[in-house]
Design a protein around this ligand. Structure first.
Ligand code: HEM
Ligand SMILES: *[C@@H]1O[C@H](CO)[C@@H](O)[C@H](O)[C@H]1NC(C)=O
Length: 329
């Protein structure tokens, strides 16, 4: 008996000496409550102001968060400007990220840093996570708690983006494999795809679907024909590559579940959108989200929180960047 209780004490000692380390990896809602208790309100005000100036703030920031988290984890590595342009944002998969999204994070971080006590305390990765949560709510989507305590990463390379972001021609298996590699389920993937309810796409991203789908077909047979013809008008052959069109043609500026209703009508813009309805394995979830806005909003919030936990940096793996576009040293 004496033996086993001393073993228990030893076990406790060993456990408790590891606990602080493990606790570091754990994100918390109140992470900044001592140093910067109003951080969420400060970020929300800055994001609200920026959104009043330009709508692209909303979709841009949401997409920036997704691209950040899928490449080296949610560590603001996507914000870095390296010499010779060898950084994530110069990869082909990231060049269409909206400049206004970077500006949103920079402005929100500046607002935080302007408050005594908060200066240089809040990571760019956390500011981005808060801003992404805020733009969803500010455009009519659900509000959800944001977990904090991410550090900013110390690596950003062009090559690091490769094979980490989904492409618009992916089928269901490719989408699932990529999301699973970041710890996300098919349901997470479908819910998060609902982000395409706001924002823009350049014509090149869906050009094949409306002009040269295959040897025998010009239009993708899973696409609504009327929608395809409308898209041809918006994106004529030889269109200026800078032209971008609304991804949700019905309510492009509202964060709602119309994206899923559009899928039921063959009005998903990308192959990766439409396949969620075409493939029997994901169709039931699409139908649920199309029919029940609350079910979509709850799933989206849950999946955003999960997305925000991907590859979080702690301890010596990271730092709190002073300038979001540069490493500290
Ligand atoms: C499921 C796989 C996904 C694919 C294949 C995909 C692909 C794309 C593509 C090709 C664009 C258009 C980019 C352009 O032409 O500028 C785009 C835009 C966008 N994506 Fe996704 N995406 C996916 C998932 C997500 C997720 C998970 C989110 C966020 C949670 C997201 C948020 C957005 C937003 C908000 C835009 C509009 C950006 C803007 O207006 O600046 N996407 N996506
Ligand atoms: C919609 O989804 C919510 C959340 O899952 C659920 O509580 C509610 O019962 C659903 N409504 C209908 C009409 O099925």
């Amino acid at each position: 008996m004496g033996m086993s209780s001393s073993h228990n004490v030893l076990l406790l000692l060993v456990l408790s000496s590891f606990l602080p380390l493990m606790a570091l990896a754990q994100l918390r809602q109140d992470y900044y409550s001592n140093v910067c208790p109003n951080v969420e309100a400060i970020v929300r005000d800055a994001v609200t102001k920026k959104l009043q100036q330009t709508f692209i703030t909303a979709p841009g920031t949401l997409r920036l968060f997704f691209h950040d988290c899928f490449v080296r984890g949610c560590d603001a590595s996507v914000m870095i400007s390296n010499p010779n342009d060898n950084d994530e944002k110069h990869n082909a998969d990231d060049v269409s990220l909206a400049g206004d999204a970077f500006d949103t994070v920079i402005k929100a971080k500046a607002a935080v840093d302007a408050v005594p006590g908060c200066t240089n305390q809040v990571s760019c990765a956390d500011v981005l996570a808060m801003a992404a949560r805020d733009v969803v709510f500010l455009t009519g989507g659900p509000f959800f708690p944001v977990e904090l305590g991410r550090l900013d990463g110390k690596i950003s390379t062009k090559a690091g983006v490769r094979h980490n972001l989904p492409h618009p021609n992916f089928d269901l298996d490719q989408l699932n494999t990529m999301f699973a590699s970041h710890g996300l389920t098919q349901t997470d993937m479908i819910a998060l795809s609902g982000a395409h309810t706001i924002g823009f796409s350049h014509c090149a991203k869906f050009f094949r679907r409306i002009y040269k789908y295959s040897k025998t077909r010009t239009i993708d047979p899973t696409m609504n024909r009327g929608y395809a013809l409308q898209l041809r008008q918006a994106c004529p052959v030889g269109v200026d590559p800078a032209v971008a069109i609304n991804m949700d043609p019905t309510t492009p500026q509202v964060f709602d579940n119309v994206y899923f209703q559009n899928l039921l009508n063959g009005m998903g813009l990308f192959g990766s959108d439409q396949v969620l309805h075409t493939d029997r394995r994901s169709r039931a979830t699409v139908k649920l989200f199309a029919a029940n806005k609350t079910a979509f909003e709850e799933a989206f919030a849950t999946s955003m929180i999960k997305l925000g936990r991907v590859g979080v940096k702690t301890g010596s793996q990271g730092e709190v960047r002073r300038d979001c576009s540069m490493f500290n040293s």
